[in-house]
Design a protein around this ligand. Sequence first.
Ligand code: GLN
Length: 477
Amino acid sequence: MTPLFESQVLAQLAQGEVTSDSLVKTCLQRIADQPELGAFLEIDEEGALAQAAEIDRRRSGGETLSPIAGVPVALKDNIHVRGRRTTCASRILADFVAPFDAHVVTKLKEAGAILIGKTNMDEFAMGSSTEYSALQVTRNPHHPERVPGGSSGGSAAAVAAGLVPLALGSSTGGSIRQPAAFCGVVGMKPTYGRVSRYGLVAYGSSLDQIGPIAADVTAAFELLHVIAGHDPKDSTSAQMGRDDLSLRVADPKGLRIGIPKDWLGDGLQPEIQQAMSRLTESFAAAGAEIVEVALPHSEYAIPAYYLVATAEASSNLARFDGVRYGYRATGAQNLKEMFVKTRSEGFGPEVKRRILLGTYCLSSGYYEGYYLNAQRVRTRISDDYRQAFGKVDAILAPTTPTTAFRFGEKTADPWTMYLDDIYTVTANLAGIPAISFPAGLDSQGLPIGLQLMAAPFDESKLFQVALNAENFIRTWR
Ligand code: GLN
């Protein structure tokens, strides 16, 4: 495997030791050398080289630029870049060209980041393995027969294989942290409202957040810092901006680290459990206080998540009807038949399953029993976290129950795929920030991911503790 681009590359660019042009060319070469990975759906070679030349010119002219100026960033293909395709890895949007830039893309352009291409994903971000992409297969860079995780599998694989230093993913229930864990990189889901969703194709609007994927915690922070901040075009964007965001290295002495004991039982791969224990001991040895926390409603998280997410998805995806966007089926005799044919041919099986489930749980007679109860559970989960964060600075937990699984292992039974999200969905339901980072390899050489969670908008604390964790883990090697 080619080496990862760690955050040093940002400093090398800033100091002029590396040009953006040479970095972009290295990335393009690596992408071309590893076509079997299938991380990218589209590469903008010409655009990337032109942007790089522009940044190099400005830098040599003495301009002070953003820490990510000249750095190639890959974008999950559900984020709009004006004039480029946004496919969501779906047949229904295979030829859809975005008419505007997502807020995060505007921010990246302002910062001088190089938009090098779009990455593969589960269709409409529904899945945990990228196997539901209607367009291509993406492989785990650590093992060709294993999935990269999902739904942001292309972005995680691209960073893990050293194809790009930075990538954006989106998370509705874990789609940044889970693929980051499977691929051995850092993935972070911000507090709901921290990053604008404008120009992100909606899946579950009350859960969706865009977030960074990078080789290390520092690089992830730099990318978050660029994309965060208030956006009047997203009514759920928080008013607080990004001035509070800081990356601070601090002594872990006195930190209170919460451990959700109930999460560590059966079903967790023993080597992940061992990584948890080892990191917990590292924190304790450095003077942090280890506190057991109760998150009693987590046991209902998967059903609650899959009701809320599919309910919102069924409404959000109603717009893909063959009239307004993308694919339109031919040969229909009337309007209704055209809708039905377009959606039948355009959507893949997992998307259809979710539209059906979501429509069902919102229909009269079932709404109270399913949707409303799921929302009640969601409130309880938020309350569990609120209480926990009254006692601790951050919660440490596994990101996934197992390391990367094999292709086909979970596609036959959707429920087993859904269960893979057990440790990630609660942060989305509660809207809190969470970060997954690599914590060694299992006996098969597959990456283990652990995560930290913090109180809403306490990203600075989250990153501080994540830096501590990363430092401890570095000494494990
Ligand atoms: N795997 C989860 C799902 O399929 C999460 C997906 C996501 O975060 N986009 O819904």
